[in-house]
Write a protein that binds this ligand. Structure first.
Ligand code: IVH
Length: 675
């Protein structure tokens, strides 16, 4: 390309990129797919590469500087960055509105209501539309020069769009991290054994205060502009709202929740509405800001000490508070999961007293290094279960101990196991453990299991509460008189239940196995196990290797079955169930299944991907399994075939890479029909 045409194309590309950046970041309505944007960007990079003389600081390729700073330079704010007075009640807002009306007169004042962003305040200086400096608020008078870092934020325009902006324009706003971006960042930080951030604001602040912009560019930062400082050689509009809308035209991102509101009544409506939606916004908001809309009225009102009289922050109830961790207890859930729970010195968070907070699991406790005696930050957001965000390490007393989950269930003393790769530790006493009892009975009685008619949730609850059943086997020892005395029962329904219990004994081994509620043993696996072993005794004798020979049973399921039957409490309950087991219809062991390797597709591993037109994926899976094949979820070198329907996705690509044979739907159908 000639110099002249390169220059022209560079200009054109920059305009296009700025435009699409604006569509994407400011208007939130991209016109082209990301790949096309990337194409434009690459083209610009490549021309600039061969013509370095064309590079300008305003080029979209120049967001990230190459060299880290030694330290931050100081920036003096020509116009101080003020703070806002805070209000915590509706009354305080009415008082604020009255003070405003007293000063400027008039029946009702028009305000602008905006979210109070929980981020980091910054000031950006544009001269002739070009970003020349970015600074933090600091103490309001002097901040730090973070130009190198704000330039890396995709939604910060390096040059303003359109026309009509003042020659010197200092805009102010809030740098923040989206909740999603924050969570993803913490996942990455954890993976690389790096510092995990307590909340999105800390993450945003830490990212902005980096000496190396190559770190900042990797951080998912965003910005909303909400006010302005210095304005020279040009005018802004007559109202705050119109000014913000002009900002938007110039490519400066403004929070889409910004509204005008008449009088304190509409302000409070806005507050309530935003508070209700707080948990659904993808950024942290710690309140609402009301600003008198007319700039002339703002001027009239002026300032008191460090805050304007024309604006006020109406704070949301805090979501985080400090308190003391008194103890860590362990709860056993109804499916056997052990959860460490923090017992806290009662503290009011967001208007609700919190005494407990979940610690999720052992890894989480270790990661946060939470110990009894610690002072902790407790967070309660919306309806979410309160949790411990972090420990205040400086307040840790001497001689504290690390926490470890017990190896025996605190409820029933059965062994606790934690499978490799899983976060949860579980109690293995599924049939016996009182914590899991109700759930076990409910499942046992359910329609597809033992099908005990009339034994619903309410009744299970009562039987448990009255101590009438301690385990599944006790169900069959229930006496008519005992049941009849329960609430909402009576002799008739009690007799019906006894009858239903009797009738339930007439069932198959497969249903009985399913009814035991062994982890990961669903109806299909139960059916396969029943066919393969033919008797409960046979299954109970099997070791892990035997079990893995059963079609559809992998190492994890085999382990679940094995541990379940080894647990002595479970054995005791099964022993008590002998009268039922003795009557089970036991199919003869199926020789073809038993000698699994004689089936046409045994020892072959299949992966299904994409959509099949002739049958559902479950059906296809069942068809393959019936032929002895193993169907697994992900492609590896050990996979024999990948069956690829329409829109197959990454599994097909992976198969190709690994050289695994891929069957299309026709070839797949041939294969099952031939066999
Ligand atoms: S206006 C003179 N609007 O809150 C008024 N500030 O407590 C200047 N903040 O440092 C600020 N969201 O960084 C304004 N919608 C919003 C805001 C907001 C967050 C921050 C701001 C300021 C602090 C004052």
């Amino acid at each position: 390309m000639s110099n002249a045409s390169s220059r022209a194309r560079v200009k054109e590309l920059r305009k296009l990129i700025d435009h699409h950046n604006y569509q994407y970041h400011v208007l939130d309505s991209p016109e082209i797919p990301d790949t096309e944007y990337d194409g434009l960007f690459k083209e610009l990079l490549s021309i600039e590469d061969s013509h370095p003389e064309l590079i300008t600081p305003g080029s979209p390729t120049q967001r990230v500087g190459a060299t880290p700073l030694e330290e931050f330079a100081k920036v003096k704010h020509d116009i101080p960055m003020l703070s806002l007075s805070n209000a915590f009640s509706d009354q305080e807002i009415q008082d604020f509105d009255r003070r405003v009306r007293d000063r400027v007169g008039g029946a009702s004042i028009e305000y602008v209501a905006e979210p109070k962003m929980d981020g980091v305040a910054v000031s950006l200086l544009y001269e002739d539309g070009v970003l020349i400096r970015g600074a933090t608020r600091g103490d309001g008078l002097t901040g730090e020069d973070v130009t190198h870092n704000v330039r890396t934020i995709g939604s910060v325009p390096l040059r303003l769009l359109g026309a009509g902006y003042p020659r010197v324009l200092e805009v102010r706003g809030e740098v923040y991290m989206t909740t999603q971006g924050f969570e993803a960042l913490n996942v990455r930080q954890r993976q690389h054994d790096r510092k995990v951030f307590a909340n999105p604001r800390n993450a945003a602040a830490g990212s902005l205060r980096q000496l190396d912009p190559r770190v900042t560019v990797e951080r998912p930062l965003e910005i909303f502009f909400h006010s302005f400082g210095k304005v020279d050689d040009g005018e802004l509009l007559q109202t705050h709202y119109d000014t913000l809308m002009r900002f938007r035209d110039w490519g400066l991102r403004v929070c889409p929740e910004t509204r005008t509101a008449m009088g304190w009544q509409q302000c409070l409506e806005y507050y309530q509405d935003l508070l209700n939606r707080r948990g659904h916004l993808d950024y942290a908001v710690d309140g609402v800001v009301y600003k008198v809309n007319a700039i002339e009225q703002q001027r009239e009102l002026g300032f008191i000490s460090r805050a304007p009289r024309w604006a006020i922050a109406h704070k949301f109830p805090a979501e985080e508070e400090l308190t003391k961790l008194l103890d860590i207890s362990v709860q056993v859930g109804r499916t056997g999961t052990l959860t460490p729970v923090a017992r806290l010195e009662p503290v009011s968070v967001g208007g609700v007293t919190v005494t407990n907070a979940t610690l999720h699991n052992q890894d989480e406790v270790e990661r946060k290094d939470v110990r009894v005696g610690d002072t902790v930050i407790v967070r309660r957001a919306g309806d979410v279960i309160p949790e411990i965000v972090a420990v205040v390490r400086s307040k840790r007393p001497k001689r504290t101990r690390r926490f470890k989950l017990p190896t025996k269930c605190p409820v029933c003393e059965s062994d606790v196991v934690r499978r490799e790769g899983e976060a949860a530790a579980r109690c293995t006493g599924g049939l016996f453990c009182p914590a899991q009892r109700r759930e076990a009975i409910r499942h046992f009685a359910s329609r597809r299991a033992m099908d005990i008619e009339g034994l619903g949730d309410k009744l299970v609850e009562q039987l448990d509460e009255q101590g009438l059943v301690h385990d599944l086997a006790d169900l069959y020892k229930l006496k008519l008189e005992d049941i009849a005395e329960l609430e909402h029962m009576g002799r008739k329904s009690a007799a019906n239940l006894i009858e239903a219990l009797e009738a339930s004994k007439d069932t198959t081994l497969a249903r009985f196995l399913y009814a035991l509620g062994i982890r990961d043993v669903g109806e299909t696996t139960a059916q396969t196990l029943a066919t393969y072993y033919g008797s409960l005794a046979g299954l109970m004798r099997a070791n892990r290797d035997d079990l893995q020979r059963v079609p559809d049973v992998g190492p994890v399921v085999a382990d679940n079955i094995y541990t379940f039957f080894r647990e002595k409490h479970n054995q005791r309950v099964i022993n008590k169930l002998k009268p039922v087991i003795g009557r089970l219809k036991q199919p003869r062991p199926n020789p073809t299944t038993k000698l699994g390797h004689t089936l046409p597709l045994s020892n072959k591993t299949f992966v299904l991907t994409g959509t099949l037109t002739s049958m559902s994926r479950d059906k296809a899976k069942a068809a393959l399994q019936a032929l002895g094949a193993k169907v697994v979820g992900s492609v590896s070198k050990k996979t024999d075939y990948v069956v690829a329907g329409a829109d197959p996705g990454s599994k097909a690509t992976k198969a190709m890479k690994l050289g695994v044979t891929t069957l299309d739907e026709d070839r797949f159908l041939d294969l099952i029909q031939d066999n």
